[in-house]
Design a protein around this ligand. Structure first.
Ligand code: SAM
Length: 289
């Protein structure tokens, strides 16, 4: 390791964002860099070929994907240390954002190699920018767990989060995921489903937790393609704000007889409790049982 040794010339590693659907979303600087580096490390060389051909980029490609990235990172860094320059690209969007590249960037930086981002498309940021939900603070949660139990407990842990929540999901599990959100989050919470961004069938739907599953189920096209889901954060609940004794007693009684969702809805109707507080309390009461 010689991160302070500036006398040895080293190559630069460029982290290049590529389109998430529309081939023309490759920036001028990205094209320039991809044309001038010595080689390109790509998640799937066959997948990237049409994009590179479209922009007349003809460079040696090296496969760097989740199954070989530790060993390949070593090879790439050796070449960078010999003053070659490289670009890292993934199948779509910004590398490392739910894509390979972390071991490479980490290794390059520990060797004092310059790592330079060439920013561009990212499905999460594109969705946030057009969603109409608050974007001053957000939390990206990546892909939800595939296992239903794990998914439900992950969602439970996020109900009190005040930042806008962002998830990636594939067409195979989008309906299950949205249904699970409906089991855990308050029904009135605003939710956005973005699908096939920058492509011909781009769709961005503003809905709520209560209605989201119906939006997906009603249209077979809404179960195809690639998805980003955003859930608006919880309203700020002051630390001191809790249910009154009467509201608490009512909620406890209702939880013995009905589902969490119905208990909360009825408790709010009967006692005028705030939904977010009733939900939070109901979840913690249920956990203690
Ligand atoms: N690195 C990418 C980025 O910067 O957005 C994300 C890669 S991740 C493996 C792929 C997931 O991103 C998809 O399953 C989907 O959830 C989301 N995604 C990618 N392209 C999309 C698009 N055009 N429209 C909606 N979601 C997209």
């Amino acid at each position: 390791m010689d991160s302070n040794n500036t006398s040895t010339p080293k190559g630069i590693l460029y982290i290049v964002a590529t389109p998430i659907g529309n081939l023309r979303d490759l920036s001028l600087r990205a094209i320039e860099v991809l044309r001038t580096v010595d080689f390109i490390a790509a998640e799937d060389t066959r997948h990237s070929r049409p994009l590179l051909d479209y922009h007349n980029i003809d460079k040696p490609l090296l496969a760097l994907h989740e199954h070989n990235e530790k060993q390949t990172a070593q090879r790439v860094v050796e070449r960078l240390l010999q003053a070659q320059s490289a670009a890292l690209i993934s199948d779509a969007g910004t590398p490392l954002i739910n894509d390979p590249g972390f071991p490479l960037v980490r290794l390059a930086r520990t060797h004092g190699i310059r790592v330079s981002p060439i920013p561009g498309p990212c499905a999460l940021i594109a969705t946030l920018s057009a969603s109409g939900l608050p974007v001053d603070r957000f939390s990206f949660e990546g892909f939800p767990p595939r296992n239903s139990q794990a998914r439900l407990s992950m969602l439970k842990s996020l109900t009190g989060e005040q930042r806008t929540l962002g998830f990636y999901e594939s067409s195979h599990r989008i309906l299950e995921f949205i249904e699970d959100i409906g089991r855990i989050f308050p029904p009135e919470r605003p939710l956005v489903i973005a699908r096939e961004l920058t492509k011909m069938h781009e769709t961005i739907v503003n809905t709520s937790v209560a209605h989201a599953a119906a939006v997906i189920a009603a249209d077979p096209y809404m179960q195809r393609g690639e998805f980003v889901v955003l859930i608006q954060g919880a309203e700020e609940i002051r630390a001191t704000e809790t249910l009154s004794d009467e509201q608490m007693n009512t909620l406890e009684l209702l939880l013995e007889e009905c589902s969490l969702k119905s208990a909360v809805a009825l408790c709010c109707k009967i006692t005028g409790a705030r939904k977010e507080i009733a939900y939070k309390t109901a979840l913690s009461l249920q956990e203690k049982r």
